[in-house]
Design a protein around this ligand. Structure first.
Ligand SMILES: Nc1ncnc2c1ncn2[C@@H]1O[C@H](COP(=O)(O)OP(=O)(O)OP(=O)(O)O)[C@@H](O)[C@H]1O
Length: 334
């Protein structure tokens, strides 16, 4: 499968926000990330708060520049392009759907204006072709055309998120990144928005990256699941295997703690806090909370190993045996 977007060995480092202990503290938001996403596939990204999910999302759509590493879009190095070309490539080639449509949409612009804006900026077609495209986009996301002149404040939360999705699709992007697209919505409309995203991915052949705290939803939505911990991708698992086939102890623990599994598994408790991203532990970052860690884990960050299934890889010195039930894992001494 040809990759729509490919990230290689990407590092993102921030200056710590004020309030950090030291003014020169650095936050290691993304460390050595490798990921590629192909047309027609959904890649889910999971991990606890602050592990770098949104940073990875921003790197994928070219709004965060890694301090090192490459981002290749449609086979071309994004950050080697002249700025105007990069803006055009990113603007037309990618769409980003944010968590909260109330803040992502300008309150003073009608639905029509919101959807026309990217078409105007990128000078797509004639005036009447743009009007036609607005109608097409509204149909695509299931918004009644009668709402074209409504302001965001006159819409429901679900309708606002449909507008945001339509705007992300306006220029026919190859890649859509949805960062927590349903967490600000009423539970009753979440499933509709998720189904809409999946349906659009199928119909338009999109590469879809789906970031969420809601692990169950990620599992259901995705073909592949990326597990992140303290800025690092620690496992990439075919979605059907994450509950009982994942090899990284952290992925197992994360998914075992998910309520609502069809086949409930014994929860593996995640003990202790996530260490600070300004001072990540040496070696494997998960070692301070891992029941399998030894002195090798404290010294060496493991490389990726391939699991028996294609598309499944993990970074761990002491991986969980394949298809071990979490019941057995939970019985092991921490
Ligand atoms: N602009 C910034 N300046 C300083 N630190 C930042 C900045 N943006 C992100 N960070 C830090 O980088 C790390 C990764 O943040 P990121 O938002 O990518 O995590 P996340 O997994 O998306 O978190 P959440 O699930 O809470 O949204 C965190 O420690 C965060 O505090």
């Amino acid at each position: 499968m040809t990759a729509v977007v490919e990230v290689r060995d990407a590092h993102v480092v921030h200056k710590a926000r004020s309030g950090g202990l030291f003014r020169r503290d650095r936050v290691y938001a993304l460390t050595g990330a490798d990921l590629s996403v192909a047309a027609g596939e959904t890649v889910g990204v999971v991990g606890e708060s602050g592990c770098g999910k949104s940073t990875l999302a921003k790197v994928l759509v070219g709004i965060e520049r890694p301090v090192s590493g490459t981002v290749t879009f449609g086979g071309r190095d994004l950050w080697a392009m002249p700025p105007a070309e990069r803006r055009a490539t990113v603007g037309a080639g990618t769409g980003l759907v944010f968590q909260d449509p109330s803040t992502a949409l300008n309150r003073r612009l009608t639905v029509r204006r919101v959807l026309r804006d990217p078409l105007d900026v990128h000078r797509r077609g004639t005036r009447s072709a743009r009007e036609e495209r607005v109608r097409e986009l509204m149909d695509l996301v299931g918004l009644p055309r009668a709402l074209a002149d409504a302001l965001p404040g006159q819409l429901s939360g679900g309708q606002r998120q449909r507008v945001a999705i339509a705007r992300a699709l306006a220029l026919d992007p190859a890649l859509v990144v949805a960062d927590e697209p349903t967490s600000a919505l009423d539970v009753s409309v979440r499933a509709q928005i998720l189904n809409l995203l999946l349906d659009l991915k199928e119909r338009l052949g999109l590469a879809l990256v789906f970031v969420s705290h809601d692990i169950q939803t990620v599992r259901r939505m995705s073909d592949r699941v990326i597990t992140m911990y303290l800025g690092r991708i620690v496992e990439e698992t075919p979605a059907g295997r994450v509950t009982d086939g994942a090899r990284h102890p952290y992925t197992r623990a994360l998914f075992s703690a998910t309520p609502g599994l069809l086949d409930p598994v014994e929860p593996i408790p995640l003990t202790g806090p996530v260490p600070s991203a300004t001072r990540p532990p040496s070696g494997c970052p998960f070692r301070t909370r891992c029941w399998k860690a030894d002195e090798v884990c404290a010294r060496v960050m493991p490389d990726f190993s391939a699991a028996s299934q294609p598309g499944h890889r993990y970074r761990c010195h002491h991986p969980v045996e394949e298809d071990t039930s979490t019941r057995d894992l939970a019985r092991q001494e921490p």
